[in-house]
Ligand binder design. Structure first.
Ligand code: ADP
Ligand code: MG
Length: 618
């Protein structure tokens, strides 16, 4: 049956059903999937072999760009021109990756530590966004060939811990590849969708998603309620994965055959051949109990038991991460309804058994762990295309967002864990008479003082017509879209002067920093409260000093000398208190001044009223 879709903007009827594809842009492998006859399916290449596209980009001497299996073959023979693991560099500054530069076989450079990294290939420089775009183009080609039609819309997955700038970079890579990225989805969210978890909005679940790939390990604890996926905690190790299993096997064969490891490492071709043989052995051991092979007369033998022994310490490290994630999420083991296995390395029986034991339940591993994220992305894409009615999936913000107010205080506009997409507005005013410009500085974090939070950007609302302090009505709106990208809009409502920015952080924060910011806010909550109380007392006192001065200026004729002198000295006492750091002293001085001036103010008001009555004509 043919499907028809109506474009709601133009009213046109399109004769092909809208197609949005799902993409898993992985560190080691990437995939593209779509819904075929109601079922999510990952697309194989022309040779029909595998659904996986190795996330490797090779630049040939003639400047030709090759992606995937053919590029992977060049990893050893032409390392400087073969880029792998580019996902690790997305949205990162040079400062972020300095410590791990030796891990990459290619050159990462930059002129200053705050801007985003670039990769040098021959005499050209590429951003991680451009390189990821090459991988995305290969996936786009793959599905276009399969379906024989143009594909221009996609959903792309990212790790749950990716921050704003890493998400934005992923979205930009899509744009560069000619894809309209309709949604950025968390990988664990996609994995749970592939199992149908979260599709029924009346159900709630707490799930653990264990993702062991080629070079990275992530554990995420999610709570799914009313169609909202909330990331309770993430943990992991960005340098732990199946590659380490391969290395352990190579080391084992080296020792068994009494070979010299430095000699082997020096022979690039031999070490590559051994690595490939080790990966083959590892995969075989996922279903068999023994492997026998040979590389250049070197005997390559290993049993499942021996392999398990080699990788036990690595598996133990992932289990420790799981326990930390549970602690951070403040959930008990018994609260976890499901444990989902993601990533090629979860095919290793010891991994599955250890995870099952840790969580005390059978793990979910029926959906191919290589494909599960891409399949979930395809389901999310199908929902967005409107093919699955009544399902709306929402994520939540991981950190609070707000602006700086007087005294360097953080005023939270969108609290952490707010559902997105969302739009929130709040009214502000000026603090100085005739103020024409208002600086709006946007911050992310949980602390009370902006200096402890992370600045996302700032802009100036210019051209407010001069008005007394407190009169302008400035509405600040935070509009957070479904990818977690923030737009901030400011408008002075009396004059309709307005200004807006899209917040793209200048450089990325790592997941550790994000976690630190949260921990920091908890540990410093008491301190922050004291500081906030002091700043608030000062702000209030300053306003009272101002009104006292205005009062004295306007009511000279109804006050006697003693009253004027006392008001002056009490105002000065309040000023002195504001200069100090004792909030109780400030409050005390405010109270004294208020108590003394209250009857004077009453008298002034009566007088003004009398004057007004006199002048009134009927
Ligand atoms: P990523 O998400 O980081 O891109 P993948 O999920 O594609 O990574 O996982 C790739 C890893 O999975 C590689 O180390 C690969 O050797 C490993 N792997 C794939 N199949 C198997 C298998 N049958 N047994 C064990 N490991 C496997
Ligand atoms: Mg993955």
């Amino acid at each position: 049956m043919a499907k028809f879709a109506i474009d709601l903007k133009s009213g046109d009827i399109k004769n092909e059903a809208e197609l949005i594809v799902g993409i898993d842009l992985g560190t080691t492998n990437s995939l593209v999937a779509y819904i075929k006859n109601g079922q999510a399916e990952a697309v194989k290449g022309k040779n029909g072999k595998s659904t996986l596209v190795p996330s490797v980009v090779h630049f040939s001497p003639e400047g030709k760009i090759v992606v995937g299996d053919a590029a992977k073959e060049k990893l050893i023979s032409d390392p400087e021109n073969t880029i792998y693991s580019v996902k690790r560099l997305m949205g990162k500054s040079y400062g972020d990756v300095q410590g791990v530069q030796q891990y990459f076989g290619y050159q990462i450079i930059d002129n200053d530590t705050e801007s985003l990294v670039k990769i040098r290939v021959k005499d050209k420089f590429y951003t991680p966004i451009e390189l990821s775009a090459e991988i995305l183009k290969a996936l786009k080609n793959r599905i276009e060939e399969e379906l024989d039609r143009v594909v221009s819309k996609a959903v792309i997955t990212v790790p749950a811990y990716f921050n704003d700038s890493q998400r934005q970079a992923t979205r930009d890579a899509g744009k560069l590849a000619g894809l309209d990225v309709l949604r950025i989805v968390n990988e664990p969210t996609a994995a749970s969708l592939a199992y149908g978890i979260g599709l029924d909005q009346s159900e709630s679940h707490t799930i653990a998603v264990y993702d062991l790939g080629g070079g990275t390990f992530d554990i995420s604890i999610l709570r799914i309620q009313d169609g909202v996926f909330e990331v309770l905690a993430t943990n992991g190790d960005t340098f732990l994965g199946g590659d380490d299993f391969d290395r352990a096997i190579v080391d084992y064969w080296t020792a068994e055959n009494k070979l010299d490891s430095t000699q082997i490492n020096a022979d690039k071709e031999l070490s590559q051949a051994l690595r490939l043989q080790a990966e083959k052995a590892k995969k075989a051991l996922s279903s068999e109990s023994e492997y026998r092979g040979e590389v250049n007369t070197i005997s390559c033998q290993i049993t499942r038991e021996q392999f398990d022994e080699l990788i036990q310490p690595l598996v133990d490290r992932t289990i420790a991460c799981c326990q930390n994630a549970l602690k951070d999420a403040q959930v008990q083991l018994a609260d976890i309804d499901r444990v989902i296995m993601v990533g090629g390395s979860t095919r290793v029986p010891l991994v599955r058994e250890s995870v099952g034991q840790t969580f005390g339940q059978e793990v979910y591993d029926k959906v191919n762990p290589d494909e599960v994220v891409a399949l979930g992305a395809a389901i999310q894409a199908d929902i967005l295309a409107g093919n699955q009615k009544d399902i709306l999936l929402l994520d939540v913000t991981p950190l609070s967002l707000g602006i700086e107010t007087v005294g360097g205080l953080m005023d939270i506009i969108l609290p952490r864990n707010s559902k997105i997409p969302t739009r929130v507005g709040r009214r502000y005013t000026t603090s100085v008479d005739g103020q024409r410009n208002l600086k709006i500085a946007v911050y992310q974090g949980e602390r009370d003082l902006i200096q402890h939070n992370r600045k996302l950007g700032e802009f100036i609302l210019k051209g407010i017509p001069p008005m007394p302090a407190g009169l302008p009505k400035v509405e600040i709106q935070f509009i957070l879209n479904a990818d977690g990208i923030l737009k901030v809009k400011a408008e002075e409502l009396r004059s309709n002067v307005e200004q807006e920015i899209e917040v793209k952080p200048t450089y990325g924060i790592s997941e550790e920093e994000m976690a630190l910011m949260l921990i920091d806010s908890i540990q410093n909550a008491a301190d922050d409260m004291t500081v906030r109380a002091l700043l608030e007392a000062r702000n209030e006192a300053n306003n009272i000093v101002l009104s006292a001065e205005r009062f004295l200026g306007q009511n000279q004729e109804i006050l006697n000398e003693e009253e004027i002198a006392t008001t002056r000295s009490l105002t000065q006492a309040l000023r002195d208190a504001v200069a100090g750091t004792d909030k109780d002293a400030i409050n005390q001085a405010m109270e004294t001044l208020n108590t003394y001036t209250a009857p004077l103010a009453h008298r002034a008001m009566d007088f003004a009223l009398l004057e007004a009555m006199k002048g009134k004509q009927i």
